[in-house]
Structure formats: structure tokens, C-alpha cells
Design a protein around this ligand. Structure first.
Ligand code: BGC
Length: 751
């Protein structure tokens, strides 16, 4: 079944188009915006204080929500309503309310609704906005089909510390990649019918020690340079909303942080959608120690700029009294309600028919959604190493041993936040290999070895036997889903349990062996990187894990993912990231008093941007356009990339820069542009990467962007280890005030 055949979908598409989507084209934009403001103000004029605050109340399915709250106008937004039946019932109740304001239906739709696509960190490894848009659009289409209209995604939190379990929900460590991927996700969600919520604003990805929810210290200039660009990109891509973060930023909890929520978001960026708290985040202001009780927490949050209270019930309980007592001006409530109503009008909610309650999510996965999930997944696998070209599985191989607990883990392969994912829909790696092997006459032996956490290895002898009897071993290990995601910080990032011992034993069989790692973060491989020649990072690939992994293992498709996060050798190296500042004592071999560890190498195991293919790429003929750059000009670098191997492949061509002498220390390298290209054997393509001079500077603490005159070094290649290719010169120093700088100025990514 094609999605366009689904009854009612065309109607919805029409309703969306009639309301000019959420982003009307330039001409119609002003008239449309004015009409919306008129409708918002008319409606606001009819509302009681309680009805207004009801619009700011976001409640989950189940207690404390009473269904009557909806007809009484006390719940303007709902979450975890994920069946058409429940949505339709709530919509009918909203129609019985005095003002008939349609509710928002929010859900964590991150990487799929019923059909699971790769987890966001894996999807980022595709280095492809096209792929990100496609995955998000599918997730949204399926969720919107049953009436969900708002997703708590994308997560725009940059993280340089993979101890933090939620790194899996984002794009990794780089602001340029993060901005490109975040914008693409917002666009994809919108195209599929969901309003987005960029979360968690802000600094949540840098908790001390990688401990989820812990406090964050980030200087403001660094916020602007590194942590805020993906959020800014979400605004420019048209995100409808933001979610405030749980953490305190420099001592000020994000849920009551006027600098973030008002100065940056509203004043500097001009965002006119709304901000929700995270789950009981407002009540947690008491634990943060900045509010004595619920009333004070509610007051501080709304005055700072949090428009909506997720699951705290504090706005509805306290704000009426706070307003009556004069502690919160009613104009503040009005402004928050305006933001919510404006969003609902923009989304076309007032003009849409209610959902047909007979719709079932069993309409998915469809053959089309499976195909899309498979295509996306195979773009995301990162071939970390491939000594002796062990992969792809050679055609001479007649028998394969598939070992490891994650080879047949239909639930775990979906990863965390799988919305309505059903493990029954999953095709496992074992099944994918069997489907691929059978027609080719290959025999497949399966031995799980151990439980998911690999504590009990009673199955090892059987696995070793299977390996000895086979021509080739595919081992599938890594992180069970429970070790990844929210509240899954790890202090020990080694492959868990006895995985390392098991892999060493398997390697001793002398059979060619490829390790497929599943998981939501880089894991510490220890001796495994030495013992196992070929390692493929698969992340959590989703519903179509098996077919996608088989496509790549058997060489039907070359791997083309690149690491969106630096891969450490040891947990103690964290936080670890490529775009770090220089030190006064750069690493020198044999000099103890330089940047080093005494018990570990200083370098990562695999750098950011790293990923091999089954073919090789040669870079040549680098040409820089104009070498002297004035304000408003663009650094243009062209390079020829040739596929010098015997197979088709894709390469992510990456451009990095460095400002070697500035008024402040600048990173050793910063990714500024990238493009993913496909090349047939022997084929050469010229790639031109463009970087506006307006993105070659850095921020000051007040948000001013400073571009300084002087030399800029340029590096081009297939990872953060890219080669130096020359220098450009910025002719004059100039400043861009915070309100004038656009996120798009800092990203140059081919679509
Ligand atoms: C998470 C959010 C999520 C929310 C609703 C919270 O615990 O931090 O990211 O959107 O729950 O499920």
C-alpha cells in the first residue's frame, strides 16, 4: 500500500496546503501572518484567565488527566496519545469545550513511529541532509496518520561526551553537521505532517561527567559558537516549538533561564513559536534550589519564557492566583497563549477535520516504509577498520557463522524511543543474512554465545564450534538498548560483560571475522581493535536492520557512513572531540611535559568524520577560488575526487578550517562544509565546497560575531585528519551583531 492510497491523507495534505503549511511562501507570508495574528487576538479576547492557562497545560494520557479536562478547556496540549481512537475522542471533547480550540498531540517521534529508522546519531553518520529529511518525513507521515501532530524532536543537543546516554538522540559533536542535520529533520517532520520541538534548550548535552541531568558550565561565547548553532538552524528551518532542558546552565536552570529563553531565543533570533518545559521540569526548579514551592517555580518559569508546563500541573494550579496577586502580569500569560494559538493556527489545526478513529498504525510498516528504512540504514553504517579487506564477505565463502546476542535481537535493534515500534516488525541481522545467503546456497549457523549483557557465556563452546565449521564469522555485539538513551550514562564504556573475552576467543579460531557493533555510542574496544580485522559500527538501525546490514556485509552496497563523534580508546579520555583548542604544549613524542596521558595514547581510536568504504578515493587538483576575501564573499574550494577502486562507493568530502592567529585561541580544526557524493569505479567528480566569510569568525560573550582579518588555513579530505590544501586571507575585521547573524551563514552543506 502506498501512503497516498491511505484514505484521508489527501484531505490532510490539502488542509496543510490550504493553511500554507507552517511556512508560507514569501509573498503570501505577510498576509497569512497578519490573518493569523487577527484570529489569535480575536480568540484571546474571548478567553477567561483559566482558559488561557489551560492552553499552557500539557498533560499525558492517563492520570492526572481527566477526560473532562479537555472539554473544560484545561488541557490545551496532550502527549502520549498515540492511537487514532484516543486522538479522535480528545478532539471530540475539545469540540465540546466553550471555545473549541483544537489540542496539540505530542509524542516522542524521533526516528520512526511504527517503522523504525536508525537512531538519530546513526542517521547523522550518513552525513546527508537528504537522508535525514527522508527518515523524519517517514516518521512524521506514520505518526500523523493516527492524529499525532507534534513531535518532541529533533534533539539539537551537541555532545562531546559519549558517556552521556542521550548522545544517541542527537547528531554528535559538531555544530556544522548538527545544524545541517537538525534543519533537515525539522523540514522532514514538517513535510510529513508534524510540528517540531527542538530540544533540550540548552547545554543539556554537556553535563559534568556525562551524567544525565547533571549541571553544565559553558561560557556564553562557547554557547554561541558550539552549542547554539543547531538550535538556531531549527528556528530557520521553521521549528514550531522548543523544549527547555532539565539542566542548570552556569548555575541558572534552563527552565527558568531568561537569557536563553528570552534574550537569545526571542530577542536575538526572533522566534515567535512557543516553549514547553520538559517532563515536570518546572517542578524540578525546587530541586534545583531556585524555588521554594510550586507557585514560585511556576512564576519563575513563565517569567523566564517557558510557555507550557509539561506534566507539572503547576501552571494550572498556581498561575491564576499569581496573576490575581499581581506577581505575574496577565500580559505575560497573554503572550504565551498567543504563541501557542499562533502555532495551532499555523499548523492548520482549526481548519482540519478530526482524525478518523478507525485508522490503525498497523497500516505500517508498508513495503515502501521498509524500503526507505533499509535505504536510510545502509547509509549510516561506519566501516571503522577493514584489515586485509576481510569485508565484504568473499564470494568463495560457502558457510557463515553468525554469533553474538545482538544478531537476533528484534527489540534492541529498534533502539530507545521507538514510539509505536513493534519488535515483531523487525528483521534481525540473522534473518537478513539468512535471506541473503539462502538463494546463494550459503549455509548459516547461528550461536548467540551469551545473554544481551554477555554475563553468562555458557554458549561460547557452541559458538566456537560454529565458527570452526564455517568459512566466515559475523559477530554481532555491543550495547543492548537498555544501556543507551535517557538516564543511561555509562562510567564504563567497554563492550559490556564478557564480550571482549568472547571476541578474543573467536579471533583465535583463525577464521576471517567481521564484528558488527550495535549501540548508541562509541564503545571501548580494548584489544578487540587489534584482534578483529574488520569492524562495522551499525548503531541501532531499526526495523530493517537485517536486510540493510546484509546489503553492506555482502558488498551489494559499500559502507559510506562517517563518525559524527570521536571514538575514544578509553573512557578516561572523555570528553573528547576533534575541534578542540590548541594548548601551549602541543603533544610531542618523548616529551612528558606536553599534552599527553601517561597511561594511554592522546589520540582517539578513530577520529571524527572517519569511515572506510570498500573502494578508495583519491583527492587531487585542489583549487581555491579567490584567496583574498572581503566581507560578504565566499571561500570556494574545488577538489577532484576519484574512485580508484573496483567498486561503487560514496565519499563524504569534508572541508575544515583553522584560524592560526586570532585575538582568542581558535580550534585546531572546524568542519565548515561537506558533501556526500557517489562515484562509480574509475569515476572522478569535481566537488566545490563553499564557506561564507561570515562563518570564519567566532562569537563574543554578548553574541556579537567577530570575523578577524588574517590568514585562514584550509584542509580537505575524508575525515577530520584532512590534508592542508592552502590558505585564504580575510582582508578586514568586521562584526555582526547577534540579531543580524543567521544560522545559515555558518553552514555550507550540499543537499
Ligand atoms: C525527556 C524528553 C521527552 C519527554 C516526553 C523527558 O523525560 O527528557 O526528551 O520529550 O520526556 O517524553
Amino acid at each position: 500500500m502506498r501512503l497516498s492510497d491511505v484514505p484521508g491523507l489527501t484531505q490532510m495534505a490539502l488542509a496543510l496546503a490550504l493553511t500554507a503549511s507552517f511556512l508560507p511562501a514569501a509573498g503570501a507570508q505577510e498576509a497569512g501572518a497578519q490573518a493569523i495574528e487577527r484570529r489569535v487576538n480575536e480568540l484571546l479576547g474571548q478567553m477567561t484567565l483559566e482558559e488561557k492557562i489551560g492552553q499552557l497545560n500539557l498533560v499525558s494520557h492517563g492520570p492526572p488527566l481527566r477526560w473532562e479536562d479537555i472539554s473544560e478547556g484545561k488541557a490545551g496540549a496532550l502527549l502520549n496519545f498515540n492511537s487514532a481512537q484516543d486522538v479522535a475522542r480528545a478532539q471530540a471533547l475539545a469540540r465540546q469545550s466553550r471555545l473549541k480550540i483544537p489540542p496539540l498531540f505530542g509524542l516522542d517521534v524521533l526516528h520512526g513511529f511504527r517503522t523504525q529508522f536508525p537512531l538519530p546519531l546513526g542517521e547523522a553518520a550518513a552525513f546527508s541532509p537528504r537522508v535525514s529529511r527522508l527518515a523524519s518525513e517517514w516518521a512524521a507521515k506514520e505518526a500523523a496518520y493516527v492524529g499525532v501532530n507534534w513531535t518532541f524532536a529533533p534533539m539539537a543537543d551537541l555532545s562531546r561526551d559519549s558517556r552521556w546516554g542521550r548522545i544517541v538522540e542527537g547528531f554528535g559533536e559538531d555544530p556544522t553537521l548538527g545544524a545541517a542535520v537538525t534543519a533537515a529533520r525539522v523540514e522532514g517532520f514538517r513535510k510529513g505532517g508534524l510540528a517540531a520541538a527542538a530540544k533540550h534548550f540548552a547545554g543539556y548535552g554537556a553535563p559534568q561527567g556525562g551524567r544525565d541531568y547533571d549541571t553544565t558550565y559553558i561560557p556564553r561565547a562557547e554557547m554561541y559558537d558550539t552549542y547554539l548553532p543547531p538550535f538556531r538552524a531549527a528556528v530557520e528551518a521553521g521549528t514550531a516549538s522548543f523544549m527547555a532542558a532539565f539542566n542548570a546552565l552556569n548555575g541558572e536552570p534552563s527552565t527558568a533561564n531568561p537569557w536563553l529563553l528570552t534574550d537569545v531565543l526571542r530577542t536575538q533570533w526572533g522566534f515567535d513559536g512557543f516553549v514547553t518545559s520538559d517532563w515536570v521540569g518546572i517542578g524540578e526548579l525546587i530541586n534545583h534550589g531556585i524555588a521554594a514551592d510550586g507557585a514560585e517555580a511556576a512564576r519563575k518559569a513563565i517569567l523566564a519564557g517557558v510557555d507550557m508546563d509539561m506534566m507539572g500541573q503547576l501552571y494550572i494550579k498556581h498561575l491564576p492566583d499569581e496573576v490575581r496577586a499581581g506577581r505575574v502580569p496577565e500580559s505575560v500569560i497573554d503572550e504565551s497563549v498567543r504563541r501557542v494559538l499562533r502555532t495551532k493556527f499555523r499548523m492548520g489545526l482549526f481548519d482540519r477535520p478530526d482524525i478518523d478513529p478507525s485508522r490503525l498504525d498497523t497500516a505500517f510498516p508498508s513495503p515502501e516504509s521498509r524500503q526507505a528504512a533499509r535505504e536510510v540504514a545502509r547509509e549510516t553504517f561506519v566501516l571503522l577498520q577493514n584489515r586485509d579487506d576481510v569485508l565484504p564477505v568473499p564470494s568463495s565463502v560457502r558457510s557463515i557463522a553468525v554469533v553474538g546476542p545482538l544478531a537476533d535481537a528484534p527489540h534492541d535493534q529498534m533502539g530507545p524511543h521507538a514510539a509505536r515500534g513493534h519488535k515483531e516488525d523487525s528483521v534481525t541481522i540473522l534473518e537478513g543474512i539468512r535471506r541473503r545467503a539462502q538463494p546463494a546456497g550459503l549455509s548459516v549457523r547461528h550461536a548467540p554465545v551469551c545473554d544481551l549483557f554477555c554475563r553468562n557465556t555458557d554458549g561460547l563452546p557452541a559458538a566456537l564450534e560454529a565458527a570452526r565449521q564455517s568459512d566466515f564469522v559475523i559477530a554481532v555485539f555491543g550495547e543492548p538498548q537498555e544501556l543507551s538513551g535517557e538516564a543511561a550514562s555509562r562510567a564504563h564504556m567497554e563492550l559490556s560483560g564478557k564480550q571482549i573475552e568472547v571476541l578474543e576467543e573467536l579471533a583465535k579460531t583463525g577464521k576471517p571475522i567481521a564484528l558488527v557493533i550495535m549501540g548508541g555510542r562509541p564503545q571501548i574496544l580494548g584489544p578487540v581493535a587489534e584482534r578483529i580485522p574488520s569492524i562495522l559500527m551499525a548503531w541501532y538501525p531499526g526495523t530493517e536492520t537485517g536486510p540493510a546490514v546484509a546489503d553492506v556485509l555482502f558488498g551489494d552496497v559499500s559502507p559510506s557512513g562517517k563518525l559524527p563523534v570521536t571514538w575514544p580508546r578509553a573512557t578516561g579520555q572523555l570528553p573528547l572531540y576533534y575541534n578542540r583548542l590548541p594548548t601551549g604544549r602541543p603533544t610531542l613524542p618523548n616529551n612528558r611535559f606536553t599534552l599527553n596521558y601517561i597511561d594511554e595514547a592522546i589520540t582517539p581510536l578513530y577520529p571524527f568524520g572517519w569511515g572506510l568504504s570498500y573502494t578508495q578515493f583519491a583527492y587531487s587538483d585542489v583549487r581555491m577560488g579567490q584567496k583574498q576575501l572581503d566581507e560578504g564573499q565566499i571561500l570556494e574550494v574545488s577538489v577532484n575526487v576519484k574512485n580508484t577502486g573496483a567498486r561503487e562507493g560514496q565519499e563524504v568530502v569534508q572541508l575544515y578550517t583553522r584560524d592560526p592567529v586570532a585575538s582568542r585561541s581558535r580550534p585546531l580544526r572546524e568542519l565548515k562544509a561537506f558533501e556526500k557524493i557517489a562515484l562509480k569505479p574509475g569515476e572522478t567528480k569535481q566537488v566545490t565546497l563553499r564557506v561564507p566569510v561570515e562563518s570564519l569568525g567566532f562569537h563574543l560573550d554578548d553574541g556579537t560575531y567577530l570575523v578577524e582579518a588574517g590568514a585562514i588555513q584550509v584542509f580537505v579530505g575524508g575525515s577530520a585528519l584532512a590534508d592542508p590544501v592552502g590558505e585564504a586571507e580575510i582582508l578586514k575585521t568586521f562584526r555582526i551583531p547577534p540579531m543580524e547573524r543567521r544560522a545559515s551563514a555558518s553552514t555550507s552543506v550540499a543537499q
